[in-house]
Design a protein around this ligand. Structure first.
Ligand code: CMC
Length: 422
């Protein structure tokens, strides 16, 4: 027998049976019995805003899969570019498809000279690179007027390739500008991650060849960050995209959502927290102060994961490989102690607060030489493929424009009082 719920309107005694489908009940059905009565759900704690076949996330079980493939297998054997293809197209590419994809991405990494010279160089000398990235992505919409043709498949694919390919170039350009270093053009002989590292760190050498261990670590981190179903920035992408704005504008909105410390800024907050703690001896007192309500344990807790974030497990392993090359991040011991104490403390276990993806990723990025300001930028580069996969899915589902209701709790009608009588 199909599963269902029955709701009763106690004012009238009318009732309605609603089927439970894919773990949800339709609000449209609910409206048939209760027109004008809205669900109150700030923060979308209990609302599924769409159907999606991109990413499966089981927060209780600590499971994450892209298009059915476990994140552990992808992190072990795949690459970010392949994962981006998988997210967007639903299947792993054949060798020929992958070669065409790799070629297209590689040959769209350059940005228009005006973006760099006139736009990026117009920022204040100490501009935050994430602010520069958000603005630069939005500015791209003015360079590609065909981007407005969102239901033309060829145009849509072209913008997707451009966005994925140009994100590392914009990111590195923002960094170089913020530290007063000259812009480095993309090197098409390098793969996606190596090219990004070259644009970040190249100084005077004719050809920059990054350490393969660090390149692979970045590739793994990019895979882990590529998608995470309906998080804040992806929701922003879908909401803005639902008005049929062009993909650059929608991606800029998503990146803006990612900028906040509760989302993409969390790994920066972790490093600041560990630096503030200063030594292992101070960890118990710090944990105690968090329990007393003074701040939060950054990099802990998640709206969906009520178990160890599977991405955090993979990152912890990757950290060891990176530290073998870069030397150990001195903050690691504090992080390990913090994790040990928190995982054995009733305050955290009863609230199901476990390390999330950001707890260790910042330590790796810092050891690799990235300044803290680049952390949200490093998140935005790979998440672009996830945002675009959701944007495409949303358009293909002929979604309605996102337009929630509200419960009005303000003043009743009252008469205007002229300024001189107030
Ligand atoms: N440290 C201490 N207590 C916490 C923490 C934390 N990091 N997170 C949640 N709590 C407590 C919170 O005080 C509350 O306790 P009580 O029931 O006594 O009031 C309870 O746990 C539930 O918290 P909540 O704020 O209702 O949970 P939420 O689902 O709204 O928030 C979160 C999720 C990720 C915003 C939150 O856990 C947090 O602020 N974590 C720290 C920031 C962080 O690491 N963010 C990265 C998230 S993962 C990357 C991404 O997806 O962007």
């Amino acid at each position: 027998m199909a599963e269902s719920i029955t709701i009763i309107d106690n004012r009238t005694g009318n009732q309605l049976e609603i089927p439970i489908e894919h773990g949800g009940v339709s609000a449209a059905e609910w409206q048939k019995l209760l027109p004008g009565i809205w669900f109150t759900d700030p923060g979308f704690m209990a609302t599924a805003a769409c159907e999606s076949s991109i990413t499966y996330l089981d927060g209780e079980g600590g499971i994450l899969r892209y298009r059915g493939y476990p994140i552990e297998q992808l992190a072990e054997s795949s690459t970010y570019l392949e994962v981006a293809y998988l997210l967007l197209h639903g299947e792993l590419p054949t060798p020929a498809q992958f070669e065409a994809w790799r070629h297209d991405i590689t040959y769209h990494t350059f940005i228009h000279e005006n973006v760099r010279k006139r736009f990026l160089e117009g920022f204040h000398y100490d501009a935050h690179p994430m602010g520069m990235l958000v603005s630069a992505v939005a500015a791209l919409s003015t360079f590609y007027l065909d981007a407005k043709d969102i239901f033309n498949e060829e145009s849509r694919n072209k913008q997707i390739i451009r966005l994925i390919a140009k994100m590392p170039t914009l990111a590195a350009a923002a960094h170089r500008f913020s530290v007063g270093m000259p812009f480095v053009y993309p090197d098409n002989s390098l793969d996606f991650c190596a090219n990004f590292l070259s644009m970040m760190w190249k100084v005077a050498e004719p050809h920059f060849q990054p350490d393969p261990v660090l390149t692979r670590a970045l590739d793994i981190l990019f895979m882990l960050h590529a998608d995470h179903e309906q998080n804040c920035s992806t929701t922003a992408m879908r909401v803005v995209g639902s008005s049929h704005s062009d993909p650059y504008s929608a991606t800029a909105a998503a990146a803006a959502a990612l900028y906040g410390p509760r989302h993409g800024g969390a790994n920066e907050a972790v490093i600041r927290m560990l630096t503030e703690i200063g030594s292992i001896d101070e960890v118990p007192a710090f944990v105690e102060s968090v329990k007393q309500g003074h701040g939060r344990l950054q990099g802990f807790g998640h709206r969906v994961y009520k178990n160890y974030d599977p991405r955090a497990k993979i990152i912890k392993r990757t950290a060891d490989e990176v530290f073998a090359v870069t030397g150990k991040n001195p903050l690691l011991d504090i992080a390990l102690k913090l994790e040990e104490i928190a995982l054995n403390d009733e305050y955290f276990t009863s609230r199901k607060l476990y390390p999330n993806v950001d707890f260790y990723s910042g330590l790796i990025y810092q050891a690799m030489g990235f300044p803290l300001e680049m952390f949200p930028v490093l998140f935005a580069i790979p998440r672009t493929s996830g945002w675009l996969a959701h944007w495409t899915e949303m358009l293909d589902q002929s979604s309605k424009i996102a337009r929630p209701r509200q419960l009005y709790i303000g003043a009743d009608q009252r008469d205007y009082v002229p300024l001189n009588q107030r």
